[in-house]
Design a protein around this ligand. Structure first.
Ligand SMILES: N#[N+]C[C@@H]1[C@@H](O)[C@H](O)[C@@H](O)[C@@H]2O[C@H]12
Length: 451
């Protein structure tokens, strides 16, 4: 039950309520109008990589339905919309030649958002690296820091002022753990030696893109990370050590680099001879002043010591826990704990919850077009309550972007999992707001008072 402090806590005036998506997950038409392929175009067309052989070729057809989708955001009363741009739509070869049609697509989208009173939050990189750059080594090539800064600069010059909140990277941990260590995500590598190199070049690229922004931009730029708090399965020393390793690898690694200019010492123990020594000038590049950080929160992990690579740790399922369709425990207290942890470790940097949501099995569209999703409403209510608790604890939380506006392509899970507050019929592309959309709309209209 909320205590008196929580109950009296409220969301600050001007709290930014929105929803989030990502280019490859909703746009479709990945090669339209001069766009180049990304690593996800390739990965999805590689047999066996995506559930049901799904691809992003159509997705939610947002590339053609963007105006309708903005109208939907307006109907829901959203104040903000977090989206990503496709690097290879704008620079088909990743560097050099600009594809004006690609740039125009995002310029039109931004103008439509602004005309509807919706603030754009633009993420430069949400996992869809141009295939042409992957052919040149991608995140394993140190030159990518400048390639990424060049891409950012094209967008800054075209959109800054209309876009006032920029994000360099979305979830660098997932890019490296999924794309370079375990191979479940594009580009599908499995190498303990490549993983730290990809991490380091992602963070160098982040720093270079922030530097490029400071040269021309006049607004705000930040970094978005996924944080999953770790709790020991027992009070044993082994489990405590496993938690320390898992926490350093997933939660501290990227924010420490960006905000403290160093990696946690546990990383050398975790990767051993695969962990290079990096020159100080790299950290001088990586550590740039940020105007905000974005935190994506979904779940926690109860963690025990176990034989596993590289962490020698395993997640322990909670017999009394509630789990989502992606096997994630519903644990709102973890959001409070991690927001207080971040405040204490990094200082009270302005923070946005840039993703939070859940996949549950949604019933078919009922008579009258209603879709009942009580589990998602319960999830949102509990996590928004957790944010209010963190605000009461002194955390400077500035906004919340529900993941996701639309059901969409859940990466390697294809269209098998639905995270949207709006249902998408992939056969007809019809959008139907779920009960959770109407619930969230009331939250936004009341600035959280109706929670
Ligand atoms: N899985 N899952 C849902 C969601 C994914 O769809 C987003 O693209 C990522 O930023 C983050 O992993 C979270």
């Amino acid at each position: 039950m909320p205590n008196s402090a929580t109950a009296s806590a409220r969301f600050p005036d001007g709290f930014l309520w929105g929803a989030a998506t990502a280019a490859h997950q909703i746009e479709g038409s990945p090669l339209a109008d001069g766009a180049g392929p990304s690593i996800w175009t390739r990965f999805a067309h590689t047999p066996g990589m995506i559930v049901n052989g799904d691809t992003g070729d159509i997705a939610c057809d947002h590339y053609h339905r963007w105006k309708q989708d903005v109208a939907l955001m307006r109907e829901l009363g959203l104040k903000a919309y977090r989206f990503s741009t496709s690097w290879s739509r704008i620079l088909p070869e990743g560097t050099g030649r600009v594809n004006q049609a690609g740039l125009d697509f995002y310029s039109r989208l931004v103008d439509e958002l602004l005309e509807n009173g919706i603030e754009p939050l633009l993420t430069l990189y949400h996992w869809d690296l141009p295939a042409a750059l992957d052919d040149r080594g991608g995140w394993l090539n140190r030159d990518i820091a400048q390639w990424f800064a060049e891409y950012g600069d094209v967008l800054y010059r075209a959109l800054d002022g209309r876009v006032k909140k920029w994000v360099t990277l979305n979830e660098p941990w997932v890019v490296t753990d999924g794309g370079y260590l375990h191979g479940a995500l594009a580009p599908g590598h499995r190498s303990k030696y490549e993983t730290p190199i990809a991490t380091h070049n992602l963070m160098r690229a982040h720093g270079a893109a922030v530097q490029a922004y400071r040269a021309t931009g006049k607004h705000e730029i930040g970094l978005v990370v996924n944080i999953e708090p770790k709790y020991p399965a027992s009070d044993s020393a082994d489990d405590a050590a496993a938690v320390k390793r898992a926490h350093a690898y997933m939660n501290e690694q990227y924010l420490d680099a960006a905000l403290l200019g160093r990696y946690p010492p546990e990383l050398k123990d975790i990767f051993g001879d695969a962990w290079p020594q990096w020159p100080q000038e790299d950290f001088d590049l990586i550590r740039q002043k940020l105007d905000f950080i974005g935190i994506n929160y979904y779940t926690r992990s109860v963690t025990k010591a176990a034989q596993s690579y590289p962490l020698d740790a395993a997640v322990v399922k909670q017999p009394l826990g509630t789990y989502t369709e992606t096997g994630w425990e519903v644990f709102p207290q973890g959001l409070v704990d991690l927001l207080v942890w971040a405040k204490d470790r990094y200082g009270n940097i302005p923070t946005y919850i840039t993703e939070n949501g859940a996949a549950f099995f949604d019933p078919p569209v009922a008579e009258g077009g209603r879709i009942r999703d009580p589990l998602r409403i319960d999830y949102l209510q509990k996590h928004l309550g957790a944010i209010r608790q963190a605000i009461a604890a002194g955390c400077d939380i500035r906004g919340y972007m529900v993941w996701s506006l639309l059901d969409n392509m859940e990466w390697s899970l294809g269209y098998s999992k639905r995270f949207g507050i709006v249902h998408v019929n992939y056969g007809t592309q019809e959008r139907t707001p779920k009960d959770s959309a109407h619930y969230y709309s009331k939250i936004v209209a009341s600035n959280g008072a109706s929670l």
